[in-house]
Write a protein that binds this ligand. Sequence first.
Ligand SMILES: C[S@@+](CC[C@H](N)C(=O)[O-])C[C@H]1O[C@@H](n2cnc3c(N)ncnc32)[C@H](O)[C@@H]1O
Length: 246
Amino acid sequence: MKLHPKFHQLSDISDDEVIIDIGCGTATYWQTFLRSNPNLKLTLIEPDIKLLEIAIQNYSHFPNVTLKTQTSDIPDHSFDKVFSFSVLEHVWNRKVFFSEAARLIKAGGVFHFNYDDGHFRNHLYRNRSMMYRVRNQVKTFLAPLWRFTHSYSRYQSSVSYEEVAELLHINRLTIKYEWFYDLEGLSKLSSLLKDPLLIEFGNLVEQFIIDANSMINSQDSKLSKDQYSFFWTFYASRGITAIKIK
Ligand SMILES: C[S@@+](CC[C@H](N)C(=O)[O-])C[C@H]1O[C@@H](n2cnc3c(N)ncnc32)[C@H](O)[C@@H]1O
């Protein structure tokens, strides 16, 4: 099974909560969850009209789900939890995105999000077609143009950890957990493990990073498409759970 931060973050929800997912795309990943948590009140936000229309069809049988293009008319502090999966690298105004997420969370509530930089490491897509890779390069190159046209799902630009930390801080959001799915994050983790009890674990992580790097960079990788996407997730994703300070 492909391991993805979003599945870990979903496990933190209880049935009586009011939650929102910003940038849901077609949002298929909530359906199974909603069947086992029927009381959950879920708002799904997707600015791309075509994707939103598909999401509306997907959720027509779920009475507790509201779908909208934007959040501006939603009152402050409306949600126990705000989710946003694989959206940040597509957001052209990240200041507005974070202040809006912070505005919507109740004091003490939680913002779960993840982002990745896979789009900007085109060599990692070598199990995809040449056409896919060229399109990906062009999309990144034309990012300022997509921004100008408000083409929400096309715009993509790399996210730095420093930028995220600053935007969280400005909006009184404090990091509770980081899901170290990227190799950079794992390196940071292993460098923090100074405690003698953890040194052995730190060494294992170091070795994993060395092996992972050599496999990712090897031109004659024998990995299958599925193995490759699993690996890709590890290499490029970072998940963060932040709490809204009172
Ligand atoms: C890669 S998709 C992820 C969709 C879904 N969350 C998932 O995990 O499958 C990124 C989505 O972010 C949306 N998006 C881009 N900018 C946004 C913004 N400022 N606010 C909300 N959503 C945005 C895009 O329209 C697109 O549907």
